[in-house]
Ligand binder design. Structure first.
Ligand code: SF4
Length: 292
C-alpha cells in the first residue's frame, strides 16, 4: 500500500500552510512504511482543527467528545488489542478539558499513540489563548503549560517525543518509532508536534529558529529520565525549544507493562472474541426452533 492510497479525494478544511498538514503527511508515510492495513488501524480525533485529521485519511476514524479522545482510544484498544490505535488532537483539547485523561493515560499505559498538535492557540474558535499560549498572547496572563516536562515527570515506561511540523523527516521517523512501540505491546507513546496555526498564531519562523534536536546535545540518553529533564530545562534556559525523542524505555522497563497485556494476557478483547466465533449452523437452527 502506498501513502497515496490512504489519502481521500476530499478537500481538507484546514487553512493552506497549517502545521497539521505535516502530521497528516507523516501519518500517511508511517502507515505505508509499516504496511499497516487500513482495517487494522483506528484514528481517534479530538475536537478542534487538528482533531479532524481522520476525515482526510481512508482509515477507520472516530470523532471523540471534547477532551475525551484518550479514554475512547484506550477503549478501542481493549476491545480489540490487535488494532493499531492512534489518538490525535490539539493542545486545547488535550491540555485543558482533557488534562485529567492526559495524566492518567501515562498511568494506564495502554499501547496507543497520542499525537498532540500544539499550536499554542484555539485555532478553530478564532485564536483565543490556550493552555500552552505564551505570556501576552491575546492578553494571556498565565504561564504556558509544558507537556514534555510533565510527561517526563511521570515515572511510567512511556515513549515520549516532541516533533516540529517544519521537520517532516524527523516527524515521520519518530511516528514510525512510536507506532512500532505500540504495535509491539510496549505501552503508551506520547508525541507532541509543534504545529503552527498560520492564521491565528504563525510561529513557523520563530520555531524554525529555536528548535533544537536534543540528540545532538552532549550527554543525550533517552533512557535516562533525569538527564533528559536537565537537558530540556537547560535547552529552554538557552532560549531554545527541545525536540526529538525525550524518553525511550528500555525493553526491560516496558516488558509486560502494557495495559492490554495485564488485562487481556491472550490479547483477545471482547470485540475480537465475538467476531472470532465460528458459524455454527446446528446451534443457529436450535435457536430458531426455540423461537417457533
Ligand atoms: Fe490550522 Fe489555524 Fe487554520 Fe485551524 S485556524 S486550520 S489550526 S491554520
Amino acid at each position: 500500500m502506498s501513502g497515496l492510497q490512504l489519502a481521500r479525494a476530499i478537500p481538507s478544511t484546514w487553512c493552506p500552510g497549517c502545521g497539521d498538514f505535516g502530521v497528516l503527511a507523516a501519518v500517511k508515510k508511517a502507515v505505508a512504511e509499516l504496511k499497516i492495513a487500513p482495517h487494522d488501524f483506528v484514528l481517534v480525533g479530538g475536537i478542534g482543527c487538528s482533531g479532524g485529521i481522520h476525515n482526510f485519511l481512508e482509515l477507520n476514524g472516530l470523532h471523540a467528545l471534547h477532551g475525551r479522545l484518550l479514554p475512547q482510544a484506550i477503549g478501542v484498544k481493549l476491545a480489540n488489542p490487535n488494532l493499531t490505535v492512534v489518538a490525535a488532537g490539539g493542545d486545547g483539547d488535550g491540555y485543558a478539558i482533557g488534562m485529567g485523561h492526559f495524566m492518567h493515560a501515562f498511568k494506564k499505559n495502554a499501547s496507543i499513540v497520542y499525537i498532540v498538535m500544539n499550536n499554542e492557540t484555539y485555532g478553530l474558535t478564532k485564536g483565543q489563548a490556550s493552555p500552552t499560549s505564551q505570556l501576552g498572547y491575546e492578553g494571556n496572563v498565565e504561564h504556558p503549560f509544558n507537556a514534555i516536562l510533565t510527561a517526563l515527570s511521570i515515572p511510567t515506561p512511556a515513549f515520549i517525543a516532541r516533533t516540529f511540523s517544519g521537520d517532516p523527516k524527523m516527524m515521520t521517523q519518530i511516528l514510525i518509532e512510536a507506532l512500532q512501540h505500540t504495535r509491539s505491546n510496549k505501552g503508551y507513546a506520547f508525541v507532541e508536534d509543534l504545529s503552527p496555526c498560520v492564521t491565528y498564531n504563525d510561529t513557523y519562523k520563530e520555531w524554525r529558529e529555536k528548535v533544537l534536536d536534543v540528540s545532538k546535545v552532549s550527554g543525550y540518553d533517552p533512557t535516562d529520565r533525569k538527564a533528559m529533564f536537565r537537558i530540556c530545562l537547560e535547552t529552554m534556559d538557552a532560549g531554545k525549544i527541545p525536540i526529538g525523542v525525550m524518553h525511550r524505555p528500555t525493553s526491560r522497563e516496558a516488558e509486560g507493562e502494557a495495559l492490554e497485556l495485564k488485562l487481556l494476557p491472550d490479547l483477545v478483547g471482547p470485540a475480537r472474541a465475538e467476531t472470532a466465533l465460528a458459524p455454527n449452523r446446528a446451534a443457529y437452527e436450535k435457536l430458531l426452533s426455540g423461537l417457533a
